[in-house]
Design a protein around this ligand. Structure first.
Ligand code: AHR
Length: 381
């Protein structure tokens, strides 16, 4: 134990952070001098230089590691869910753009192909590589405490993005969406839209996302809460695994089992909706604006909004995949020795065409829907 009461590892991590902060301060001071042409160094660089590192050997080790880490390069490991959807492609691109070599990062990216064991292995390989930060988008919400403890023991800060970890708090920050709110929004919109259309009975088929992911759990729970509140019938809920093929397969079976019995299809992402559309086209089921079947989707990626514009998807509830810039803010805060927010929520919108835009509230909070136009589609991911 060190005099501070911290373990050797914790002390080393604290020193590392302090030294990185010191070096960054020095770099910033130097660039200010160059940029401003001033001959005075900012006073901020001075006090940290007087800090005493008590264990000389540990300090040398830390200085060596820190020199490596601040050689202009911050090593980041990112264990991504997979490549199952347009949303996922946008999320991956966002991270690769932000954590690029040009921005001073060395990114180890692993596409875990929706395999929970492979995702844990990826995290352990990042620990072995000695990355500076680990980003995880957890495929499922549980089973994380052991590997997150290993990251903690190695002194590597973990940032969770998109989906949540529900059985461990051993991470620095989470940046993502409120999936429960998304599901509630879909249910509240459906009630308001059905009332406006004079539809008195809702018979819904749900194609859910990957079972056990927080995105699936939140959207299912949120929509079910509204179904219970307003008396919608949920005829069935089966997983399409967030894929187009999965959505098509489930909808093909629904078209056979529930022919003529449903008036709402809820797909928990755009790609499932595309698959469901193919299945309904093949089965001769009309859907979307001006038909008897309301099609609800989540994500609101570019291709999803194009289907809203075409009147095929009746309303689309956004899940914003552009978390990486906020993750970078978390890293910058840690680099400068600060404490980032534990939770950062992405801003999201609910999309429809003008005739499908209705007023509704979530837990008493009035919602504003966004009209899908060509400009809105062009600005989307
Ligand atoms: O976790 C976010 C969800 O995962 C998105 O809704 C979906 O498209 C993705 O695969």
């Amino acid at each position: 134990m060190y005099p501070s009461g911290f373990s050797k590892k914790e002390e080393k991590y604290k020193m590392k952070k302090k030294l990185i902060s010191l070096l960054l301060t020095g770099v910033m001071a130097a660039s200010l001098l160059v940029g401003c042409g001033s001959s005075e160094a900012p006073a901020a660089a001075e006090p940290a230089a007087a800090e005493v590192v008590e264990d000389a050997a540990a300090a040398e080790e830390v200085v060596a590691e820190t020199a490596e880490a601040t050689d202009g390069v911050i090593k980041v490991g990112f264990a991504q869910v997979g490549h199952e959807s347009d949303w996922r492609t946008a999320s991956t691109k966002s991270c690769q753009d932000v954590f690029s070599a040009a921005n001073g990062y060395d990114l180890s990216f692993v596409d875990c192909d929706n395999d929970e064991a492979a995702q844990k292995e990826a995290v352990r390989s990042f620990i072995e590589q000695g990355v500076d930060y680990i980003i995880i988008d957890p495929i499922i919400a549980t089973g994380w405490d052991t590997v997150l403890t290993e990251c903690d023991d190695a002194g590597i800060p973990v940032i969770i993005i998109d989906r949540t970890v529900d059985d461990s708090d051993k991470y620095v920050s989470w940046v993502g969406s409120n999936f429960l709110t998304e599901g509630q929004a879909a249910g509240e919109w459906l009630k308001a839209y059905a009332d406006a259309q004079g539809i008195s009975e809702i018979n819904a088929l749900v194609i859910s996302g990957s079972t056990g992911s927080s995105a699936q759990i939140g959207r299912s729970d949120g929509f079910k809460e509204m179904a219970d509140k307003y008396g919608f019938n949920i005829l069935d809920e089966q997983t399409g695994d967030f894929t187009e093929a999965g959505g098509q397969e489930v909808m093909e079976s629904y078209c056979k089992s529930y022919a003529g019995k449903f008036n709402v299809v809820v797909c928990q992402n755009d790609n499932e909706a595309f698959g469901a559309m193919t299945a309904m086209d093949n089965a001769g089921v009309a859907y979307g604006v001006g038909t008897d079947v309301i099609l609800i989707s989540f994500d609101a990626c570019t291709a999803g909004l194009e289907e809203v514009k075409a009147g095929k998807i009746t309303a689309d509830f956004e899940c914003n995949p552009l978390a990486a810039p906020f993750v970078e803010e978390v890293i910058k805060t840690l680099q400068s020795g600060g404490t980032p927010d534990k939770e950062v929520y992405m801003v999201e919108h609910w999309y429809a065409l003008p005739d499908q835009i209705v007023d509704f509230s979530i837990n008493g909070e009035a919602q504003k829907m966004t009209e899908v136009t060509d400009d809105v589609i062009a600005a989307q991911y």
